[in-house]
Structures are given as C-alpha cells and as structure tokens.
Design a protein around this ligand. Structure first.
Ligand code: NAD
Ligand code: DAU
Length: 331
C-alpha cells in the first residue's frame, strides 16, 4: 500500500509515520508537509531512507494532484492546529484547513483514491461539567473557535464530496492527544518544559476545564484500524475515557517532577474557552474492535516527561519565543 501522509512532520503525523514504518514493512510512505513553525523534518531523520519527503503546501493543487495520483490512500493530518494561535490570526487556518482539505478532496476525486480525514472532537463545541452526555456521531456541530470552525468546515466538505461525488472517504474525530513530539505551545508539553526550565506551570482561568486525554499511539492505532476495517463514508470518534480537568493534569506533572503541589500560576483565560470535551468511542470499539493500550494517564505522562527531559535539544530552541508570546497575552 502506498500512503500519502499530509502533515507528517507535525506531532501526530510524526508519530504516525514512525509507527507505520516500525509496524507495517509493506507500506510505502510519502510525507507532504509545508514545515510551518509546527513541523520539523528532523523528527523523521531516523526513517529518512524509508520514506519520501516532499516539502509543500496542501493548498497547492499541482503538487497535491501529482502526489495523490502516485499513492493509494491519503491520510490527511495537515492543519493549523492551535486554538490560541487561531484567536490571534485566523487566516492560515482558513487557508490550510479549508482550502487545503478542498484541494485534497478534488485530487482524491479525480484519481479515485481513498481518503482518511483526521479531525477533532472540538467540532462538537463543549459540554457542561456535570452533563452525563458525551459526544457521539449524532451530536450536532457547534464549534467555538476559528480553529475548530475551520476543522468543522473541513469535515463538512468531506461529507459533501462523499455524497455528491462518491468520494471514498472516512473521517475520525479524536480527543486531546499527548505524547512525544508535541509542540511546546500545547498545554501538557508547555507545562512539562516549564517545570524543566524552572518556570511555574500556567493554568488558564480556574483550571476546571476538562479534556479527554488519549496517548498519540492509541490515536494512530485507531487511524490504522479505520483505514483497514472502517466502512467508507463513515465517521468514527476516537477517545480513551481519559477525562481530567487541567488542575489535575498540572498536579500530576508537578508530583511526577517532585515539585510542590501549589507551584503553579493562574493566568488570563482563553477567549471562548470550551469547558469540557468527552468522547463516546463505542462505535469504533464495537464495530472495529479497537481498544486503547494507554489506560493509565499517570504512566503515560511519566513516559512523556521522560521524553522531554531526554530530548531537550528538540524543544529548547523554541522555548523563549513561545513563552514571550504567551507573556504578551498575559498567559
Ligand atoms: P501540528 O500542528 O503538530 O502539526 C501540523 C503539521 O501540518 C505540521 O507538520 C505542519 O508543518 C503541517 N502543515 C500545516 N499547514 C500545512 C500546509 N498548508 N500544507 C502542508 N502541511 C502543513 O498538529 P497535530 O497536533 O499533529 O494535529 C494533526 C491533525 O490532528 C490536525 O488535523 C488536527 O486538527 C488533528 N487533531 C489533533 C489533536 C491533538 O490533540 N493534537 C486531536 C484531534 C485531532
Ligand atoms: O480536543 C482536540 C484538540 O485538542 C485538537 O483538535 C487541537 O489541535 C489540540 O490543540 C487540542 O486543543 P485544546 O485547545 O484542548 O488544547 P491545548 O493544549 O491548547 O489546551 C488544553 C487545555 O489546557 C485547554 O483547556 C486550555 C488549557 N491551557 C492551555 C495552555 C497552552 C492552560 O490551562 N494553560 C496553557 O498554558
């Protein structure tokens, strides 16, 4: 199988490519990545001989058309992915997440290829803290931020191309990922690298917001399960029953790092901050037999802390600039 992975030099895409090379020797991988601030080609240096890497934009129709034509399956990770950045400058989110997905869809349609579109639980908006409900594939779309609204729009484009043009596509909406290679602008790696830099962790608002954490390898195993066993046109929700509020996550990072439990700051809240996400992944589990392997978030976090401690040269060059941008926003 020849697989085109867009966004393969970002957090989840890197882990997907490394794991695919490790576990599926018959798969030929081509990565298409624009190498924005969030992408790093060095992530893939250990498999450079085994993959084809193309630096390019998913909104560039000519490049996309050629690469889609040369592959059997497209796994579309490429996106602008950070809510806080989308609040400062939404333009690249519209271009990459909407125009980029449209460009991929048109090429997939022309060449009759299979697409798996990677999306997020944020398309569903948020839930109250005490609501027993979780997101399902029937939950109405209700995105809150420029990021999540462009991801919601990209999902709707995929659904329309499936219905109107018969494109062979599946969609997955996953909850918050953690693990190695995540950009340090994101919550967990920001707090881990803060502690490693002697900076107090920063919690937005009261820290009561809940995210449904999943290890990135569990997400990527689910993506392969959908590619191999999923029914065309279907949407699958990916989640590992990992609901924790942000205070709890910071508490665990402090404990695992040997710091006092109150060694953190409350900072300015995010505008429009979604309160709680929670995924009902029973369709994926019952129909396709997927199960998460990382069910102990404490152990997963400990492993992630070790990775950032052992790979300081990977994140250190970006740290001062990321923190300076947050400081400007009072965060
Ligand atoms: P990331 O920001 O770490 O990586 C995005 C990658 O896409 C980078 O390598 C970047 O260079 C590349 N890219 C950006 N614009 C591009 C363009 N125009 N053309 C080609 N490449 C481009 O993001 P991530 O956290 O790895 O997320 C990957 C995907 O998973 C996204 O679609 C995101 O919406 C989705 N997702 C993420 C999470 C999460 O918790 N991180 C959860 C659910 C879904
Ligand atoms: O739910 C899936 C989504 O998860 C993905 O679609 C996004 O690409 C991914 O970035 C993530 O979005 P969030 O906005 O939930 O993740 P983030 O890491 O930015 O923040 C997680 C929570 O932590 C959120 O409630 C905001 C809070 N936070 C974040 C930062 C950076 C803090 O309290 N302090 C911080 O410094």
């Amino acid at each position: 199988m020849r697989v085109l992975v867009t966004g393969g030099a970002g957090f989840i895409g890197t882990n997907f490519v490394l794991r695919t090379i490790e576990t599926r020797p018959d798969v030929e991988v081509t990565v298409l990545d624009a190498l924005t601030y969030a992408g790093n080609a060095d992530n893939l240096s250990s498999v450079a001989e085994r993959i084809t890497f193309v630096r390019g934009d998913v909104a560039d129709a000519e490049t996309v058309d050629r690469l889609v034509g040369e592959n059997d399956v497209v796994v579309h990770f490429a996106a602008e992915s950070h809510n806080d950045v989308s609040l400062r400058n939404p333009e690249p989110f519209v271009r990459t997440n909407l125009v980029g997905t449209y460009t991929i869809l048109e090429a997939v349609r022309r060449h009759g290829r299979r697409l798996h579109h990677i999306s997020t639980d944020e398309v569903y908006g948020d839930l109250e803290l005490d609501d027993p409900a979780r997101f399902t594939t029937s939950t109405p779309y209700n995105p809150s931020s420029p990021y999540s609204s462009t991801k919601a729009g990209s999902d709707l484009l995929v659904r329309a191309w499936v219905r109107s043009f018969g494109v062979d596509a599946t969609i997955s909406n996953c909850s918050n990922n953690y693990g190695p290679y995540q950009h340090i602008e994101k919550f967990i790696p920001r707090q881990i690298t803060n502690v490693l830099s002697d900076i107090r962790p920063k919690l937005y608002g009261a820290g009561r917001n809940v995210r449904d954490w999943i290890h990135v390898d569990d997400h990527n195993d689910a993506v392969w399960t959908i590619i191999e066993k999923g029914r065309t046109s279907e949407t699958y929700l990916i989640g590992a029953d990992g609901e924790r509020d942000n205070l709890t996550i910071v508490g665990l990072i402090l404990e695992l790092s040997g710091r006092p439990a109150d060694w953190f700051d409350h900072v300015t809240d995010r505008a429009g901050h979604d309160l709680r996400y929670a995924i009902d992944s029973s369709k994926l589990r019952e129909e396709l037999g997927w199960r998460p392997r990382y069910t102990d978030i404490r152990a997963g976090l400990a492993q992630t802390i070790d990775w950032y401690r052992d790979n300081e040269s990977w994140w250190r060059p970006a740290k001062a600039a990321v923190e300076a941008r947050y400081a400007e926003a009072g965060q």
